[in-house]
Ligand binder design. Structure first.
Ligand code: HEC
Ligand SMILES: [Cu+2]
Length: 351
C-alpha cells in the first residue's frame, strides 16, 4: 500500500514539474511561438506528427483496457484459454495498412516542407547575408550592401533573406528558434538557408552545436524591422563617418587608444577585418559580447578581463590590456558609436 502511495506522489510531483517547466523559455526564443516562416512550417509539422501519435496512443490504450478487462482470469476458470485468432488475414492487413496510412499522413507534409524550405529559386534576387560562426560570436557580411556587422543581424520583415553560412574555426550551428530551424556552419563548405520574419521584433539566437567552454554564451539576435527602417539602417551603416571626432575629450582619448591597440582585430566601418566582432554600431546594441547587458561598467570589465565573462574567448591574452583609466575612456568611445536611429528598440517598439 505504501509503495503505491509513493508512486502516486511521484506522479503528482512530476506533473507539477512538467507544468512549471513548460513555462520556461522566452517569448522571442521559442519554437512554439513562431514569428518566422520556417518556424511556422516546422510547428505545423510538429502538430501533425503529434496528432497522429496521440491518436495511436489513444486507440492502443482503448484496446489495451478492453482486453485487460474482458480477458481477465476469472474465478473457477483458471484453465480457460480464449479463442485464438492466429492467422487472421483481415486483421493483419488492417494493422499493416493503418500504420502505412498514418506514416503517409506525416510524410507528405514533411517532404513538401523540406523541399519548400530548400527552394532557392529566388536567391539571386534576394537579400544575401554571409554568416560566419566564430568561437564565440557571429559575424554578418552584407556583400552587395558592403556592410559588415556582428552580433545583431538586421533584416527587413516579410522578405526572404538568404544566409550563406560558414565557420572560421570549429562547427557551430545557427539557431533562432522563433524564426526558423537550425543550420550548421562548417569550416569547409558553405551551407545555405533562407529565413523570413513574419513580424517585427528582436529574436534571440543560440549556437546549437557544442563548440567550446563559452558555447552557451554564443548568443546573437535577429532584428526584424520594416522594409523602410531597414533601408534607413543600410544607409546609416554605409555612411558611417570614420573620421568623426567623438564629442567628449575622454572618448577622443579612448578613440586614440582603440586605434592603437584594438583596430587590428575589431573593424569599425565596412573593413573586412573580422578577427573580433565589428564594432561599427556597438553603442546601438543591447548586449555586450552577445550576453551581458551593455553598460559602461560591463564594457570596462570586459576590456580589463574578458576571460571572466566568456571563458576561452580569443581576445584573452592576445591584446595589450590597458589601465583601468584607459579602459574607461575606450568604453566612452565605444558606447557613443551609434550610427543609426534604427536599433533593436525600434524593432520591439513597433509591436
Ligand atoms: C587578437 C584580437 C583582438 C584584439 C587585439 C582585441 N580584441 Fe576585443 N575581441 C576579440 C574577439 C575574438 C572578441 C569576441 C569574444 C567573444 O565574444 O567570444 C572580442 C570582443 C570584444 C568586445 C565585445 C564585442 C561585442 O560584440 O559585444 C569588445 C567591446 C572588445 N572586444 C573590445 C576590445 C578592445 C577595447 C580592445 C583593445 C584594447 C580589443 N578588444 C582588442 C578579439 C580581439
Ligand atoms: Cu558555437
Amino acid at each position: 500500500m505504501k509503495g503505491w502511495m509513493g508512486k502516486v506522489r511521484a506522479l503528482f510531483w512530476l506533473s507539477i514539474l512538467s507544468i512549471v517547466l513548460s513555462g520556461c523559455g522566452k517569448e522571442n526564443l521559442s519554437a512554439f511561438l513562431p514569428k518566422g516562416y520556417g518556424a511556422q512550417v516546422s510547428l505545423d509539422i510538429i502538430f501533425i506528427s503529434l496528432a497522429v501519435m496521440v491518436f495511436v496512443f489513444i486507440v492502443v490504450m482503448i484496446i489495451y483496457t478492453f482486453v485487460l478487462v474482458k480477458f481477465r482470469q476469472k474465478k473457477g476458470q483458471e484453465d480457460f484459454v480464449p479463442k485464438q485468432t492466429e492467422g487472421n488475414k483481415a486483421l493483419e492487413v488492417v494493422w499493416t495498412v493503418i500504420p502505412i496510412l498514418l506514416l503517409i499522413i506525416i510524410a507528405v507534409p514533411t517532404i513538401a516542407a523540406t523541399y519548400d524550405l530548400a527552394d532557392e529559386s529566388d536567391k539571386a534576387d534576394s537579400l544575401n547575408i554571409s554568416v560566419t560562426g566564430n568561437q564565440y560570436w557571429w559575424h554578418f557580411n552584407y556583400g552587395e550592401e558592403e556592410i559588415q556587422t556582428s552580433q545583431d543581424m538586421y533584416i527587413p520583415v516579410g522578405e526572404k533573406v538568404y544566409l550563406n553560412m560558414m565557420s572560421s574555426d570549429v562547427l557551430h550551428s545557427f539557431w533562432v528558434p522563433s524564426i526558423s530551424g537550425k543550420m550548421d556552419t562548417n569550416p569547409e563548405n558553405e551551407n545555405t538557408m533562407y529565413i523570413e520574419a513574419l513580424e517585427e521584433g528582436v529574436y534571440w539566437g543560440k549556437c546549437a552545436e557544442l563548440c567550446g567552454p563559452s558555447h552557451s554564451l554564443m548568443d546573437f539576435k535577429i532584428v526584424a524591422v520594416s522594409p523602410e527602417e531597414y533601408q534607413q539602417w543600410v544607409e546609416d551603416m554605409q555612411n558611417v563617418d570614420l573620421e568623426a571626432t567623438p564629442e567628449t575629450a575622454s572618448a577622443q582619448e579612448g578613440q586614440a587608444i582603440f586605434e592603437n591597440s584594438c583596430l587590428g582585430c575589431h573593424a569599425i566601418g565596412s573593413s573586412p577585418t573580422a578577427v573580433g566582432p565589428n564594432l561599427t554600431n556597438f553603442g546601438d546594441r543591447t548586449k555586450l559580447a552577445g550576453v551581458e547587458d551593455l553598460t559602461h561598467e560591463n564594457v570596462v570589465n570586459w576590456i580589463l578581463n574578458p576571460e571572466k565573462m566568456k571563458p576561452g574567448n580569443k581576445m584573452t591574452g592576445n591584446y595589450t590590456v590597458p589601465s583601468e583609466e584607459e579602459a574607461e575612456k575606450i568604453a566612452d568611445y565605444l558606447l557613443q558609436l551609434k550610427p543609426s536611429d534604427v536599433t533593436p528598440e525600434t524593432a520591439s517598439s513597433n509591436n
